[in-house]
Ligand binder design. Structure first.
Ligand SMILES: Cc1ncc(COP(=O)(O)O)c(C=O)c1O
Length: 434
């Protein structure tokens, strides 16, 4: 593509479709998000850094809320699947946006409470909940504990001192088309009970003194790019009888690359609620639990180029080494997630202009590759690379491999930027050593 053609690509929004909706490039393709220039953010806060468009989080929560409320005739709620971005500023943003949240440990529960969620808006998951997880959930008085297995019933009955609402997680027997590690609805899933076992659990819960079975939970996996499996899951759980509440899980995919086209929130909710209207009781409460599709696009990561290695043969890739990698983004190594990236100063024609590069991290293994093949426009040492769609599960799984310090989270809004999670320090790395 020529430079002029590339300018059209930016104008038509190709790169900004992956970055937060507020992202724009100037005439040279220099990128800013929510009015904040990415290169200036790199100078001010250092790299790598997670840059998050705060308003994009709120807007997406509202999109989910209003779409679901309009599509279903009974009560509805949206629960932020908080494993996708668990830090108190994000909990605070979603609590203020009026949605609920799910947590999967007493640690996430503590953060959700600190972030301002009322216990009545929280539900608790876990396929191997500890006594501490269960006790904390009961003490706090969360809205629902999700029963994943019969041991959960034993443990909840052991500790409950008053009535506790529960949902029952069911395996619908649906292998969603996604990476095996994030597929959770197949017959051999470690999460939930088969339909046959669920009948046993339902009978037990109906006899329980302290546990009140309010409904059914189903979640078939993550990064799912088509809608029919969601409808199939609804139909599968409808065979268990009638309940007041149906939590239909999360799982809608995010758009990571130019060639991926996930269903919209409206398409996804439309499919779910059409299935619900034919197979679930009218007037029942329908919940959804999005994580990835709620937060992925709001975030991007900025890195600084440290090294460039030119290929020995013309077919080879230029290796562009940055000061991050699998320490701040495990999605690539764990699930083979494909990302895009661009030079923050030169995003015109991103994806089509520039030399073919392999974007590699600084960790001590060959698997530490952020993007196997991406066109970057004239990358040079010291330049800033911006990688879109890193709002989901990147912060979550950030780690200290090679004693790298986990990056800060910087919220941007209306031209202002503020650190909401600071960068780790060398002292932090040793703070737990005794
Ligand atoms: C029980 C449950 N609900 C919701 C989610 C959120 O899924 P996603 O981030 O794909 O929307 C997950 C994550 O896999 C989950 O395990």
């Amino acid at each position: 593509m020529t430079r002029d053609g590339a300018a059209e690509a930016v104008a038509s929004g190709q790169i900004s479709e992956l970055f937060p909706p507020s992202a724009v490039g100037d005439a040279d393709g220099r990128l800013s998000v929510a009015g904040c220039d990415l290169i200036e953010l790199a100078q001010r806060f250092g790299t790598p850094a997670y840059i998050v468009d705060e308003q994009a989080l709120t807007d997406r929560a509202h999109e989910y809320r209003t779409t679901l409320a309009a599509a279903w005739s009974g009560p509805t709620d949206v629960m932020f699947a908080s494993k996708s971005f668990p830090c108190t500023p994000v909990y605070r943003t979603f609590a203020a946006a009026g949605i609920g949240c799910d947590v999967a440990s007493c640690g996430e529960l503590a953060m959700a409470l600190r972030g301002g969620f009322d216990p009545s808006r929280i539900l608790v998951h876990g396929n191997a909940k500890s006594a501490e997880d269960v006790r904390t959930a009961l003490d706090v008085g969360v809205r629902w504990v999700v029963i994943d297995n019969l041991c959960d019933i034993d443990r909840l009955e052991q500790f409950a001192a008053q009535r506790q609402g529960v949902l029952l997680r069911v395996i619908p027997g649906i292998d969603a088309p996604t990476h095996d590690a994030i597929s959770t609805g197949g017959h051999d899933s470690k999460f939930g009970l088969s339909l046959a076992e669920a009948e046993v659990a339902i009978a037990r819960l109906r006899r329980s003194t302290y546990l009140r079975l309010d409904g059914i939970h189903v979640h078939i996996g993550s990064q799912i790019l088509e809608t029919p499996p969601f409808a199939a899951a609804v139909n599968a759980v409808s065979t268990l009888g009638e309940f007041e509440v149906y939590d239909l899980g999360g799982g809608l995919g995010a758009r990571y690359t130019y060639d991926e086209h996930p269903p919209s929130v409206a398409d996804y909710i439309g499919e779910l609620t059409r299935a619900a209207s034919t197979s679930l009781p009218t007037g029942s409460t329908v919940l959804v639990e999005p994580g990835r599709s709620l937060v992925a696009r709001a975030g991007c990561t900025i890195y600084e180029v440290q090294t460039i290695k030119r290929p020995a043969s013309p077919e080879g890739h230029t290796l562009v080494g940055v000061n991050g990698g699998m320490g701040d983004n495990l999605e690539v190594s764990l699930y083979g997630t494909r990302f895009e990236a661009t030079m923050a100063a030169r995003s015109l024609g991103a994806g089509t202009v520039g030399e073919r590069c392999r974007l590699v991290g600084h960790h001590c293994e060959s698997g530490d590759c952020l993007i196997d093949s991406v066109r970057l426009d004239s990358p040079g040492v010291g330049d800033i690379v911006a990688m879109p769609t890193t709002g989901a599960y990147c912060y979550t799984m950030a780690n200290n491999y090679n004693a790298s310090r986990r990056p800060p989270v910087v919220f941007v809004r209306d031209g202002d930027a503020r650190v909401v999670v600071r960068r780790e320090t060398i002292d932090d790395l040793m703070a737990r050593d005794v």
